[in-house]
Design a binder for this molecule. Structure first.
Ligand code: HSE
Length: 297
């Protein structure tokens, strides 16, 4: 039996569509028990509804066993604590993929390297910006090319915390990818390339006052913002409450803001604004997770 803990992730982070992501201190916990035959899945949360045929955890386990060349009878998969909501842009599917891969690798005595696990995860997810930080922790910039993933950790200043604002409506990633254009003007490309570059450099140098002018996007937010009622009010309220920058988390519907650790009034100010909106919103302030997915001893 093995238990793993996998962090939620926020991807895109403004200008870094499909390239930047960061792990958050919100977790799903998965237990995997090898059995003689069949697959049994037990999920103790309304956050996650897994149909067997699309059970990402099982598929991920199977990919690892196949790669290592080991046979198996079956598995009992138990998601025993689930704090990452589904279809809210917080990397719920990445927690299942990475959790299944890490658990299987642990059961097989750690035969796969971190890089091999990352590449299996990326091949299942299709883009590395959630699975890379979910596995590795921290903020990660990543590129996929011919099945390989190249990545680098991005430093995050210690004063940065994340306000995670989750509405009661879902946005499916497929739908949210479908609303994007298939080509962009050179002006929009330059807008994003310059900001993504400066974002990483500003974080590295601790220039957090620059973030407001840098964390902006023309690749996905103008299109996906239309799927998120009140996005402009929430972003403006965050700015007024002293947020450092705001962006759509992954493909939404969660909105995320960087907040200075010393901004003690941000949470109450935002609760009051979010409480007046038509939809229900929750907000919590969490720190980045720097450890990544781990085996629970
Ligand atoms: N980069 C992906 C997207 C993240 O925006 O579609 C999905 O969670």
């Amino acid at each position: 039996m093995v238990r793993v803990k996998v962090p939620a992730t926020t991807a895109n982070m403004g200008p870094g569509f499909d390239a930047l992501g960061m792990a958050l201190s919100i977790y799903n916990y998965i237990e995997v028990i090898p059995t003689d035959e069949g697959v049994e899945t037990l999920v103790e949360s309304e956050n996650l509804h897994l149909e067997l045929e699309e059970n990402l955890i099982y598929q991920a386990i199977k990919r690892v066993y196949d790669k290592v060349g080991e046979s198996f009878g079956g598995f009992k998969i138990h998601v025993y604590k689930c704090d990452v909501p589904m279809s809210r842009g917080l990397g719920s599917s990445a927690t299942c993929i990475v959790g299944g891969i890490l658990a299987a690798n642990e059961l097989l005595g750690g035969k796969l390297s971190e890089q091999e696990m990352l590449e299996i995860a990326n091949s299942m997810e299709g883009h590395p910006d959630n699975v890379a930080p979910a596995l590795l922790g921290g903020m990660v910039a990543s590129v996929q090319e011919d099945g390989k993933v190249y990545y680098s950790k991005v430093s995050v200043p210690s004063e940065v915390l994340c306000a995670v604002m989750v509405p009661n409506f879902k946005v499916s990633t497929n739908e949210a990818r479908g609303v994007l254009p298939t080509s962009y003007s050179r002006e929009d490309c330059v807008f994003n390339i310059s900001r993504a570059s400066l974002f990483i450099s500003a974080l590295h140098n601790g220039e957090i006052d620059t973030l407001r002018h840098v964390v902006q996007d023309r690749i996905h937010e103008p299109y996906r913002g239309k799927l998120i009622p009140n996005i402009d009010e929430v972003f403006q309220a965050s700015k007024d409450a002293g947020g450092l920058c705001e962006f759509i988390s992954g493909s939404g519907s969660t909105l995320l803001a960087f907040v200075h650790r010393d901004n003690s009034e941000y949470l109450e100010n935002m609760k009051s604004v979010l409480g007046k909106l038509d939809n229900e919103w929750t907000i919590q302030i969490v720190s980045p997770n720097f450890e990544g997915a781990s085996v629970v001893k």
